[in-house]
Design a protein around this ligand. Structure first.
Ligand SMILES: [Zn+2]
Length: 168
């Protein structure tokens, strides 16, 4: 059986090396680092992505998924919330190609692609990230993507970003 997702060829193949896969970053250094809220909301998520695991908040009372992390379940108003590990496979719900440097560190990194990814195995919650690969690639709504864990270990505090790459 042939590989349905060959590594090269096709109009959507990435022309540039997939940033994050070999130690470089999709966006340049100098941007603010992400952090859990001071109260710790989201800390479990950020700890998990350092281990290359994707977690989504889930209500222990009604099992509903929600994202981003909150103190109360949006479905049943329970305060009994936890996290569930998900596959990291999703599909592009929306996207934009940014051409304006909203931060000085981005002035030489244009354009870049921001995607809103829907996670079918997590109640269709949506996460924001960058789409790795050619910055001018065609982007298709509904295209399948998977999470890529981009480790930033060169600062005072190591952290990992969740990025996305096409799989289909
Ligand atoms: Zn609930």
């Amino acid at each position: 059986m042939s590989d349905p997702y060959p590594a090269s060829g096709g109009a959507t193949a990435t022309a540039a090396p997939p940033s994050g896969a070999n130690g470089d970053y999709y966006l340049p250094v100098g941007l603010p680092m992400p952090a859990p809220s001071p109260e710790g909301l989201g800390a479990e998520f950020w700890d998990a992505v350092k281990r290359h695991e994707l977690l989504v908040q889930r209500c222990n009372a009604c099992q509903a998924f929600q994202w981003g992390p909150e103190y109360v379940c949006n479905e049943c108003h329970s305060f009994d919330l936890g996290y569930a590990r998900v596959s990291g496979r999703g599909r592009i719900f929306s996207w934009e190609r940014a051409w304006y440097p909203v931060h000085p560190a981005l002035k030489d990194a244009l354009p870049y692609i921001v995607v809103l990814v829907e996670l079918p195995d997590a109640g269709n919650v949506r996460m924001v990230g960058n789409l790795l690969g050619d910055r001018r690639q065609e982007v298709v709504i509904g295209a399948e993507v998977e999470a890529v864990f981009e480790d930033h270990n060169d600062g005072k505090v190591p952290y990992t970003l969740v990025q996305w790459r096409r799989t289909g």
